[in-house]
Design a binder for this molecule. Structure first.
Ligand code: FES
Length: 107
């Protein structure tokens, strides 16, 4: 069982902005990382700010993620610091809603 999840939106808008590649690259970067699991997510509801990635349970929401950000996000998932510059741009009330769903086990 993982301690940390890296949830990568794979719905249409995020996919159109490169989310498939991000899921792929994160999977490669975190392969063998103890307690970390990379998983697709259906949609976080912030489609215009995509690609969106949420690291849980630290509840760190990354938006407008690029392939060049992957290594830093992977380092965070392995216990490093959050990538602060990617954490802005999504409405806090939407974040709360999604985090409540994740807390309820919906992922
Ligand atoms: S398509 Fe990714 S948040 Fe909706």
């Amino acid at each position: 069982m993982a301690n940390t999840y890296v949830l990568v939106c794979q719905n249409a808008d995020c996919k159109a902005r490169g989310a498939v590649e991000l899921l792929d690259k994160l999977g490669q970067s975190l392969q063998g990382a103890e307690g970390v699991e990379v998983k697709p997510y259906m949609c976080f509801g912030a489609c215009q700010a995509g690609p969106n990635i949420v690291v849980y349970p630290t509840k760190t929401w990354y938006c407008q993620v690029k392939a060049s950000d992957v290594e830093e996000i992977a380092a965070h998932a392995k216990g490093g610091s959050p990538v602060e510059r990617l954490t802005h741009g999504v409405d806090p009330s939407l974040k709360d809603l999604i985090f409540q769903l994740l807390d309820a086990g919906l992922f």
